[in-house]
Design a protein around this ligand. Structure first.
Ligand code: GLU
Length: 485
């Protein structure tokens, strides 16, 4: 029986959670759930210069927001703490020493200046930049000389050439890489004792018994190097799957430099996107349900996910498409949930002074017109306003005709007929008044909309009247009638 599936997301806390990393996390999560496996979260935090605690928190918050809960963590820091590479620095050194003892790695004593000079000398040649492996076979005397000079060595792993490294990739199919393009013997532990990514990742994936490594295709060259390390450590190579990268509509890779905050999950979290929409869109970018259904939930995706069906072609991020998904979820998720999520965006409102049912009605009346929840304050402000601002433009547009006054007066007169609390019932009363006055369309609705909401577009008029209630409708109509007089 094959071993139980174990997969991981292994971001480096050197930036906010990127859309591409979130999508990789999602694929790993789905694969684990589909196969009743284990999803692990590991922070690759060995880059001591660029790693930051606030990025760690952002990545944790982003994964939790998306609902991609991981199944294991270290014993410290609570159930949601990720594994961290910095917690096992000494272990990497031990494994590196093992590689030295077995003849797969060696101490390399070049100074940064010497390495820079090597790079410079290769600049005008046909050779792509690579380490020339010159410290692979240093004599005892040379080593003693370097040590006497006080040089601190790094540890390099031998990349033997010629050799073709090949594997069957679960997304991309057969891949073959010539070892000579890998840049020569590679540093695995820097002179300051810190293991570099390509080495630490292999040690960790072995220690954590990973069966599948699912990640972005920008790691293909790394995979070739990592396969050599697995071999040198006498360990079975996991299955690899490299997902296509995400591009923008102009076919440029999504990057912080070009697209700014739009590449970070955090931006969408803050702007009031629904995690359900983000998950659905990220999954749907390169994968479709067998029945082609466009809207699907995380649990549905877990049941149906098929790694081998992920498209090989680049994924395209189109914010309009994401907005379309988001508007769908804002419209269709339970109103209690949307109202709860909307509360932080109702910044000018003391939401605790309203009952849940009042807030749900208010949110419910506008949600069809929202792309993201951060728009909700603007859309609902008129419900909460003490006094509406009526601009000259609005007066001209909706209140200048004689018929406008008639509509407002008739509504005031028949206020007792309105079944407040019943949106459709309130709308029916307006339409009945319209028949009596011989008015319809803009002539009937716009004066009321302008008087009650300060604009001519917005939620259903019946909902506006029904939610505002008799007192506020009365005082708003009276205020406007003074203005029209
Ligand atoms: N720290 C690497 C990254 O964020 C992990 C890649 C991997 O999954 O091995 O790209």
């Amino acid at each position: 029986m094959p071993p139980a599936v174990r997969v991981r997301i292994a971001p480096s806390p050197t930036g906010h959670l990127h859309l591409g990393t979130a999508r990789t996390a999602l694929y790993n999560y789905l694969y684990a759930r589909r196969n009743k496996g284990t999803f692990v979260f590991r922070l690759e935090d060995t880059d001591e210069v660029r790693s930051q605690e606030n990025y760690t928190q952002d990545i944790i918050d982003g994964l939790k927001w998306l609902g991609l809960n991981w199944d294991e963590g270290p014993d410290i820091g609570g159930p949601f703490a990720p594994y961290k590479q910095t917690q096992k620095i000494d272990h990497y050194t031990e494994v590196a020493n093992k590689l030295i003892n077995r003849g797969h790695a060696y101490f390399s004593y070049e100074t940064p200046e010497e390495l820079a000079a090597m790079k410079e000398a290769q600049k005008d040649t046909d050779i792509a930049h690579r380490y020339d492996n010159s410290h692979r076979n240093l004599s005892k005397d040379q080593v003693e000389k370097y040590v006497a000079e006080g040089r601190i060595p790094s540890i390099r792993f031998k990349i033997e050439e010629p050799r073709v490294i090949s594997w069957h990739d679960n997304i991309k199919g057969e891949i073959a890489i010539e070892a000579s393009v890998l840049g020569g013997d590679m540093v695995i532990v820097k002179s300051n004792g810190v293991a570099i990514y390509n080495f630490a990742v292999v040690v960790d994936d072995i220690d954590m018994k990973m069966t599948h490594v699912i990640r972005g295709e920008d790691h293909i060259m790394n995979t070739a190097k990592q396969i050599l390390l697995y071999e040198a450590l006498n360990h079975q190579v996991p299955e690899f799957a490299h997902a296509p990268l995400i591009f923008d509509l102009d076919r440029a890779k999504l990057s912080k430099r070009k697209h700014g905050e739009a590449v970070h999950i955090n931006k969408y979290r803050v702007d009031g996107y629904m995690p359900e929409a983000m998950v659905n869109y990220l999954a749907a970018m390169s994968w479709t349900l067998p029945d082609g259904k466009e809207f699907f939930s995380l649990p549905e995706a877990c049941e149906m996910f098929d790694l081998y069906k992920i498209s090989k072609s680049p994924a395209v991020f189109d914010v309009q498409k994401l907005n379309w998904y988001n508007a769908h979820y804002i419209r269709s998720l339970p109103i209690e949930l949307i109202t709860e999520r909307a509360k932080p965006y109702l910044t000018l409102v003391e939401t605790q002074t309203y009952s849940s049912s009042e807030l749900e009605q208010i949110v419910g009346s506008v949600r069809d017109g929202l792309t993201m929840l951060s728009e909700i304050m603007g859309a609902t402000e008129f419900y909460f306003a003490k006094k509406l601002q009526i601009t000259d433009e609005l007066k001209e547009k909706a209140l200048s005709k004689d018929s406008a006054k008639k509509v407002l007066e008739a509504t005031l007169k028949h206020l007792g007929d309105f079944p407040f609390g019943d949106h459709a019932g309130c709308k029916a009363v307006v339409d009945k008044l319209g028949v009596e006055l011989g008015l319809k369309g803009k002539d009937l609705y716009w004066p009321l909309r302008a008087a009650l909401s300060g604009k001519v577009q917005g939620p259903d008029l019946g909902a506006i009247i029904s939610i505002l209630g008799p007192e506020r409708v009365k005082s708003r109509l009276e205020d406007i009638l003074c203005l029209c007089a």
